[in-house]
Design a protein around this ligand. Structure first.
Ligand SMILES: [Fe+2]
Length: 316
């Protein structure tokens, strides 16, 4: 990120948020290399992935896992959304989450081939663009350039950051054509009726989600959708009147036992909110299994998914 981009971002997000984000990222890198005093150490998780990786390579199962990770399922999810303004009924939202785009050469282009035939009005990318959660992301640009043309639609492409994404990646992602929402909201206007989309910074690792800041300027009685990387702030979102909560993060386990039972989910919420469609106090929600893979580029009994949410009023 050059100085000009840094200053623009600092002005947009405020010194306090930038300071907290950068400090947390440095702390995170320190933990990964094992020098931190924190209670949660990612090196333990990477040891888990190293052991699984070793097993998959020795057994030859890695090729099966990679093939599985490239078999994208396309799902349609019908959303009950009380109070949805008439012009937005039938709106089709393409959700791609946990792309981890630099995890496999040519992944952007392979996803683009699947998305190319789909019909949607708005595209939302709900975080985790990078494979690793620290380190370089130089291959992201070429993968984005291969993917983004397939995502073009009449209401544009919105996104949020996940726990794998650093704030320094924002200019690169926005230059590719994605408008990121970092504790920010935008309004969609069709025939003078409004639907607000709010996006939060990562709640899972960085804990820098800020509902109050994100909702500044959003009228109280208005239809709204929340984009947040993980399904870990569900009660707070319901209290604030969101009609739909879209998340990812869990990969639905990514490496599961036969029958789709996850070995690891890594989310601080009840299991019923970690995959697929759910509801909470009148708010609809969906936690996607994600398109990419992290830790190891492989999936077992847990296909990657591309989701189209179709908004409806109070009944299908
Ligand atoms: Fe992820």
């Amino acid at each position: 990120m050059d100085e000009h981009s840094f200053n623009d971002l600092r002005q947009r997000l405020g010194d306090e948020h930038m300071g907290k984000r950068l400090r947390a990222q440095v702390d995170h890198i320190t933990n990964v290399t094992g020098r931190g005093l924190g209670t949660f150490h990612f090196e333990n998780l990477s040891l888990f992935f190293q052991l699984v990786d070793l097993f998959l390579n020795v057994s030859g199962l890695i090729k099966v896992g990679q093939r599985n990770a490239l078999q994208f399922a396309v799902r349609e999810n019908h959303v009950i959304f009380p109070g949805l303004p008439e012009p937005f009924k039938g709106l089709r939202i393409l959700q791609l989450t946990d792309l981890h785009l630099d995890g496999y050469p040519g992944l952007g282009s392979l996803i683009a081939q699947t998305v190319a035939g789909l019909d949607f009005d708005l595209c939302v990318l709900t975080g985790d663009f990078r494979f690793s959660d620290t380190g370089l992301y130089r291959h992201l640009t070429e993968e984005f350039n291969a993917l983004v043309p397939s995502l073009q639609c009449r209401l544009g492409i919105l996104g949020i950051l996940g726990n794998h994404d650093f704030i320094e990646m924002v200019p690169l992602i926005e230059a590719a054509g994605v408008r990121l929402l970092i504790n920010e909201s935008v309004v969609l206007d069709i025939n003078n009726e409004n639907l607000w989309i709010t996006g939060l910074d990562d709640a899972h690792f960085y804990g820098l989600h800020d509902f109050d800041k994100a909702l500044q300027g959003v009228p109280t009685e208005t239809a709204r959708i929340l984009l947040v990387h993980s399904p870990e702030v569900i009660p707070e979102a319901a209290e604030r009147g969101f009609g739909l909560y879209l998340a990812g993060h869990t990969h639905a386990g990514q490496i599961c036992l036969p029958g789709g039972n996850p070995v690891l989910l890594n989310a601080n919420c009840e299991r019923q909110y970690t995959f697929g469609q759910w509801g909470f106090n009148g708010m609809s929600g969906y936690t996607s299994a994600g398109v990419g893979s992290s830790g190891i580029f492989a999936r077992f009994f847990c296909p990657p998914e591309i989701v189209i949410h179709v908004l409806q009023g109070t009944s299908p």
